[in-house]
Design a protein around this ligand. Structure first.
Ligand SMILES: O=C(O)C(=O)Cc1ccccc1
Length: 328
């Protein structure tokens, strides 16, 4: 299947962290994930628009922010991932985020009466803004680069955004390396349609994302978690979002180490399929690491005795032999 000429949508305009995250993927990784080492990059106005473009076939993949180490999940992305038709994550990207406060040339801190950013940018610099731009009205924008564009258009005085947005929008930095909490990391995902192409191959250090809903019964969530825990899958994230059309019911977004092609994760997914009202497989993909950080958060915990892929394979072969009468 010729998959060159791929179009990758991202949260735009140019100069977002999302675009930076895409640029960290070398041609080899993009080729591996999409079959095209140099896809065309298309900025879209929201994560919803980027995911919709993939569903509609107007883009072949989308890069969207999914969670941040300071502010947690990105609601629009989580809600968008469970819509239909399904999408699958083929890569995750971890990006340390450092903010600049950008203004039109000549603006001083004293003349700033309004400051704009993406909700995650605002959340990570709230204290800094209160201290350095007291009294400035805070406005939320669809992306940090959209905030920079508003500054350039004279609609707002300052933007909390990526330093690179200064070049795209002709702005200058009032302050750089602005943050309330050091070492904030944002996780982005690259998604595409599950169009019959193989999933990313297991690497031995993968992550699987899924979303599940259960009936509201005492212990229902515990049962879901137990199916995962008893198979030695290391749960790396759990977060819920309301179902919207069924009050009191939730999507539980679960990330665990392992690949759907491996027996432990495969069996856990099959068990959830039996026990949950709805389960969405959101992808198995290589776990990302932060270069040179000794990043413990991305290391899998020891699954415990009897839980390795080898243990599962041997036990499966033993059971098969019992069933076909060749073993005991
Ligand atoms: O708005 C952007 O630049 C994004 O890519 C989303 C985002 C916003 C704030 C921190 C990390 C990612």
């Amino acid at each position: 299947m010729d998959v060159t000429g791929q179009r990758v949508a991202f949260l735009g305009p140019h100069g977002t962290f999302c675009e930076q995250a895409l640029h960290t993927l070398g041609p080899g990784v993009l080729d591996d994930a999409l079959g095209d080492p140099e896809p065309e990059l298309r900025p879209l106005p929201s994560t919803t628009a980027a995911l919709d473009a993939v569903r509609a076939g107007d883009a072949d993949a989308a890069c969207v922010p999914v969670e941040n180490s300071v502010e947690g999940g990105v609601p629009a992305t989580m809600d968008g991932l469970v819509e239909t038709p399904p999408l699958v994550i083929v890569r995750e990207i971890l990006l340390p985020v450092r903010f600049a406060v950008l203004v039109r040339p000549g603006t001083t801190g004293e003349t700033v009466t309004s400051v704009a950013s993406h909700p995650h940018g605002e959340a990570q610099t709230r204290r800094w803004i209160a201290e350095h731009l007291p009294g400035a009205e805070v406005r939320l924008t669809s992306s940090t680069a959209a905030a920079a564009a508003q500054v350039a258009a004279g609609e707002v005085d300052a933007a909390v955004c990526a330093p690179v947005a200064a070049t795209h929008h002709g702005l200058e930095a009032l302050a750089s390396d602005v943050h309330d909490t050091g070492d904030a990391v944002t996780r982005f995902v690259l998604v595409r349609r599950p169009d019959g192409r193989p999933l990313p191959a297991p690497t031995g250090a993968d992550r699987t994302s899924l979303a599940a809903t259960t009936v509201n019964r005492p212990g229902a969530l515990l049962a879901v978690l137990t199916e995962i825990a008893v198979r030695g899958v290391d749960l790396t994230r759990i977060e819920s979002r309301p179902l919207r059309d069924r009050r009191g019911e939730y999507w539980f977004f679960l990330d665990g180490t392992g690949h759907v092609a491996e027996p432990a994760m495969g069996e856990a997914l099959a068990a959830l399929r039996r026990r949950c009202t709805d389960v969405r497989f959101l992808g198995s993909y290589p776990r990302a690491h932060l270069a040179g950080s000794g990043d413990d958060a991305t290391r899998a915990a020891d699954p415990g005795p009897g839980q390795t892929v080898k243990d599962y394979t041997e036990a499966g072969a033993w059971l098969a032999a019992l069933r076909d009468g060749t073993g005991a």
